[in-house]
Write a protein that binds this ligand. Structure first.
Ligand code: DAK
Length: 258
């Protein structure tokens, strides 16, 4: 993988891992770091050896939001000219499953990055929140929309207005995250799940992701049409033939993602 300054990458079996690494400032996301995360995501998405992607931080912190020093002097014009949202938009174009593994703080833009992932696993000591209101701003990289869609309008507003941190257990109760485990076994739990997911038919995994994301991004009618299209598409794949043949022959399928 590329030479990165603010992230580390490694591969475990068929899982590509991206670790945020800017320890001096609690992994605060500066622009270069966001560029690096997106570049690594896209590389793993293209790689034939990778089936699942994990984004994580350290045991202590996922990330304390966007780099406040870097954005303090920004203006609407400077942000518009830099077209900074374009790079964020590329995150949701990743076709493979992306899982966030969160220990410690995931605040502001870091929580938005987490909400952009398909699944969220957290350690018991993880803390989530949108402190933007304390800085006189608001979430701008999808936070208000994704939070309200997953936890409901009333709770999202209550929380966004206070800017307070919520524990992993609380957030789990509202259905925002998938699983809470002891912090020291977080990565093992995530890798157990990705090992399982890596054995599933890759095309099915990818088209299910696209169809489920339609639920939150469109009307029911559009979602049903996309689901049907993807369903037909899978019947044109070698993996569908292999999967059904393997069942009939009472053996495990050997999926190739074709
Ligand atoms: N930015 C820069 N430095 C940060 C930082 C941040 N977000 N968070 C922490 N640090 C630095 C601290 O300044 C401190 O540096 P030194 O003093 O040691 O030099 C060091 O990290 C350790 O932090 P603390 O001493 O504060 O550590 P504590 O354990 O006491 O507190 C904390 C941890 C996470 C509660 C606290 O650090 C904190 O509240 N941090 C700020 C949280 C925050 O407000 N985050 C930013 C939210 S706004 C966009 C997309 C997204 C966004 C914006 C634009 N576009 C696409 C245009 C997102 C915006 C946001 O995230």
């Amino acid at each position: 993988m590329g030479n990165y300054e603010f992230i580390k990458t490694r591969v475990e079996e068929a899982t590509g891992i991206i670790e945020l690494h800017r320890p001096d400032v609690l992994n605060a996301l500066n622009r270069k770091m966001v560029d690096e995360i997106v570049e690594a995501l896209e590389r793993y998405d293209q790689s034939e050896d990778i089936r699942v992607i994990v984004i994580t931080g350290s045991q202590k912190v996922f990330a304390a939001g966007a780099d406040i020093d870097e954005m303090a002097d920004d203006t609407p014009v400077s942000m518009e000219l830099r077209n900074q949202f374009a790079v964020w938009d590329r995150i949701s174009l990743v076709k493979k499953p992306v899982i966030a593994a969160v220990n410690g703080y995931a605040l502001g833009g870091a929580f938005e990055l987490v909400l952009n992932c398909d699944l969220i696993f957290a350690g018991e000591t993880a803390k989530f929140g949108f402190p933007e209101i304390n800085l006189g701003v608001m979430p701008g990289a999808g936070g208000t929309q994704r939070l309200a869609k997953t936890m409901g309008k009333a709770k999202a507003l209550e929380w966004l207005w206070t800017g307070e941190h919520m524990s992993a257990k609380e957030v789990y109760q509202y259905g925002v995250i998938n699983k809470v485990v002891a912090p020291e076994i977080l990565m093992d739990e995530v890798l157990k799940y990705t090992a399982k997911l890596s054995r599933q038919a890759p095309l099915s995994v990818r088209l299910i992701k696209e169809a489920v994301n339609k639920v939150t991004d469109s009307t029911l009618e559009e979602g049903l049409l996309l689901e049907r299209k993807n369903f037909y598409l899978l019947f044109g794949s070698e993996d569908q033939k292999e999967g059904m043949k393997a069942f009939i022959e009472k053996r495990k399928p050997d999926f190739k993602g074709k």
